[in-house]
Design a protein around this ligand. Structure first.
Ligand SMILES: C[S@@+](CC[C@H](N)C(=O)[O-])C[C@H]1O[C@@H](n2cnc3c(N)ncnc32)[C@H](O)[C@@H]1O
Length: 468
């Protein structure tokens, strides 16, 4: 079976959960057979048999919010062989040399050929080696892989290409100071575009580590972060304090589990703000509806939608102005028909934007007086306007207080009261769990996942709820 390597987004648990959900419920069925904090190894049921499979991979890349790159795997070397060839301390020099030769012969066989990383020899060739470790804070990565394995690969692959007939073979040079420090990030998606690494005579060659070993792969498609950034940052109206990231918006849309006929599916964001979820839903072909209690936000979102449709050179759908309303989410059933929506995806009022950590009592009062009653009434309304068995993707705040405690709304209780079932974000029966504590998934941890930057006072917790 052909295998593919997916480079995960910075929130690797959420990215892995999104990918597993996609492989379980989309038309491109498959399974994650191995993973680390940076990569997932995927086996598809049929996708690789399709002649156009690269196009399909590009579609998958476009849909997923938490995937940076997709690469095709050419071979695998087990972790013992790598550690024998690149030990922390060299005792048996001859043995190390012999094992390195073994690794070289594996790489030599897969670099060029009809089924190789490069289909044939070109006069001029260029490649970038990217090493994705099991975990970035692993000493083996900083001390051995960056300082010894990377230079070894760069030099030896160049030799192989020249021996096979390339007149000029060059590789991407990472900054020397990062290599010396052992602190290195593999090249970013925008570099792949800049260095044209998807062309036939150029390549990004990924060495992706898990606990089991290293997968050797070639990147075939990559995220276009500049395009997402443009939508997020250049839209006429924005407010970064209260807006979710494009990545999270896409991940939420995917947890609605709607992967076919998206253009026929009606999606609602009833706390639409300046429209991040709405704009990315349009990009993903959904029919978008929205509402907000703030008149100005409604106007802003409509202007942002016009701007996006202009950018995409798409026709303005009729009644677009009427699909974003100035309305209270506590009374949605007054303006929307029962069983109207195929999905609801939203980030509601999360409380004030705190610059300093608030007191525990302050947040407790905010939750009891404002957030809980708001979410409760919204869930009641959402139940009425959603179609049966359809999903609601919801963000709820986790607020860090000055007293050292994190407080949150009991969403599970509110959801169950309003006839929603909480769907765990990751199906543990589909994943081969890991022995490393940092990589292991525990049952209680996969019901919901947090998206936050370091030190953020209000963190976002993602819930997926299904109408009973
Ligand atoms: C956190 S913001 C959403 C931001 C949005 N995701 C974005 O990207 O711009 C929450 C929004 O909920 C709106 N809101 C607060 N209470 C509401 C209510 N009862 N009904 C509808 N909207 C409400 C606010 O006006 C605000 O625009």
């Amino acid at each position: 079976m052909e295998r593919f390597l997916f480079v995960l987004g910075s929130n690797w648990q959420l990215s892995l959960a999104e990918l597993d959900n996609y492989l379980n419920y989309s038309q491109n069925r498959g399974k994650i057979i191995d993973y680390s904090a940076n990569i997932a190894i995927v086996e598809f049921e049929n996708l690789h048999q399709d002649k156009q499979y690269i196009n399909k991979l590009m579609e998958i890349q476009f849909i997923l919010g938490g995937c940076q790159k997709i690469a095709e795997i050419y071979d695998f070397i087990d972790i013992n062989t790598i550690q024998d060839a690149f030990p922390v301390q060299i005792n048996k020099y001859r043995f190390v040399e012999k094992t390195r030769e073994k690794i070289l012969s594996i790489i030599g066989n897969l670099i060029i050929g009809k089924k190789g990383i490069f289909p044939k020899v070109y006069e001029s060739m260029f490649y970038a080696v990217s090493i994705y470790p099991n975990l970035y804070d692993d000493n083996y990565y900083s001390d051995i892989l960056v300082k010894h394995f990377l230079p070894f690969l760069n030099k030896e692959i160049m030799e192989i290409l020249k021996q096979k007939g390339a007149v000029k073979a060059l590789y991407y040079q990472y900054p020397e100071k990062n290599i010396k420090k052992g602190n290195l990030n593999p090249i970013f998606p925008h570099h792949i575009i800049k260095y044209e690494l998807l062309k036939e005579n150029r390549a990004e060659i990924i060495f992706g580590f898990t606990e089991e070993g290293v997968y050797i792969a070639r990147t075939f498609t990559t995220d276009d972060p500049n395009f997402k950034k443009k939508i997020d940052e250049e839209r006429p109206y924005k407010e970064f304090k209260s807006a979710i990231s494009p990545k999270l918006a896409l991940i939420m849309l995917n947890f609605l589990n709607i992967f076919v006929n998206r253009e026929k599916k009606k999606i609602l964001d009833p706390f639409i703000g300046n429209g991040t979820i709405g704009l990315f839903a349009i990009l993903q072909d959904f029919q978008i509806y929205g509402s907000d209690i703030d008149k100005k936000k409604v106007k802003n979102t409509i202007r942002n939608i016009y701007w996006l449709l202009g950018l995409l050179e798409e026709e303005i759908p009729p009644f677009i102005d009427k699909s974003v309303l100035n309305h209270d989410a506590k009374n949605l059933s007054d303006v929307f028909e029962p069983y109207f929506f195929d999905g609801i995806c939203t980030e509601p009022d999360l409380g004030p934007f705190y610059i300093k950590k608030p007191y525990y009592t302050q947040v407790k009062e905010l939750i009891e007086r404002n957030l809980e009653p708001l979410y409760d009434k919204f869930f009641r309304e959402a139940y009425q306007i959603l179609k049966p068995n359809c999903r609601l993707c919801f963000i709820s705040p986790v607020i860090s207080t000055i007293d050292g405690k994190d407080i949150q709304v009991n969403i599970e209780k509110l959801a169950s009261k309003n006839n929603f079932i909480l769907i765990p974000l990751l199906d543990l029966t589909r994943i081969n769990n890991k022995s490393n504590q940092k990589l292991k998934f525990r049952r209680q941890h996969i019901k919901t996942l947090i998206d936050a930057k370091k030190g953020q006072i209000t963190k976002r917790r993602l819930y997926v709820l299904e109408k009973k």
